[in-house]
Design a protein around this ligand. Structure first.
Ligand SMILES: C[S@@+](CC[C@H](N)C(=O)[O-])C[C@H]1O[C@@H](n2cnc3c(N)ncnc32)[C@H](O)[C@@H]1O
Length: 229
């Protein structure tokens, strides 16, 4: 099993020159390299929750290509909700909140200009986010490495032994609580769970909810090895 020191050393030195400027997204170049390295270092299928139009998906899939040995079934299983306009609410400042059916709190918020420039045109285009995700993977010749599943991950999650789980549905403690509940069946000892946009408050929420063997940070990526509950 990979050690914390091993992961930290690789994250500090690994530089595959991966910087996907042609796929809009929120991962910094360093975070893209971190995902690339983690997918290369782990074993088994990779689970991704929340690919948007594929910046993180490309990093993970290209990491699979670096593995010295790739087993049948090693792929990125990428689950995207593909929300329509009804999931987004504008607040008094014009910023846009993300709510799922039945929620009692928002799960995240985007500045009005960012939402209007980047998100709204994708969400309202034919096929929405998933159509753009497929287009990105085809353009990067990675579609054979990615299985796309459309839906709320808690309803459609394939239960398997994943070496690496990357989650981009963890923007608030409220969303983290729902993420952890939905992911429980696949949070098995030895799996690496990597969560984006981790503030100190979100880090506390993650580490209170999940029994980790160890955790570390790379920028706002929270990386932890699942331990025995
Ligand atoms: C911040 S974006 C992801 C950005 C992307 N990982 C990147 O690298 O650019 C979050 C994504 O998660 C999706 N999402 C939110 N809640 C979800 C859920 N419950 N199940 C599956 N996908 C979800 C959203 O539709 C959105 O595409």
């Amino acid at each position: 099993m990979i050690s914390q020191a091993g992961i930290e050393q690789v994250l500090a030195t690994f530089s595959p020159h991966l910087h996907l400027v042609d796929v809009q997204g929120w991962l910094t170049p360093v975070q893209q390299q971190a995902l690339h390295a983690l997918a290369a270092l782990t074993r088994g299928p990779v689970l991704e929750i929340g690919p948007w139009i594929g910046r993180s998906t490309c990093c993970l899939a290209r990491g699979l290509l670096l593995r010295s040995e790739r087993m049948p079934g090693d792929r990125v299983v990428s689950i995207e909700l593909n929300p329509d306009d009804s999931y987004f609410r504008r607040n008094a400042d014009g910023d846009v909140e993300f709510w799922c059916p039945g929620d009692t709190e928002m799960r995240g918020i985007a500045k009005a200009d960012l939402f209007d420039t980047h998100a709204a045109p994708v969400i309202s285009s034919p096929g929405g986010i998933v159509a753009r995700l497929k287009e990105t993977l085809a353009r990067h010749h990675l579609q054979h490495l990615v299985e796309i599943i459309v839906g709320d991950f808690k309803d459609v999650l394939p239960v398997a032994r994943y070496g690496l789980i990357f989650s981009d549905v963890c923007h608030t403690p409220y969303e983290i609580e729902r993420m952890v509940a939905g992911l429980r069946p696949v949070l098995t000892p030895g799996t690496l769970l990597c969560c984006h946009d981790t503030t100190p408050e979100n880090r506390d929420a993650l580490e209170q909810a999940i029994a980790y063997d160890w955790t570390t940070m790379s920028g706002s990526l929270h990386i932890g090895m699942i331990g025995e509950a």
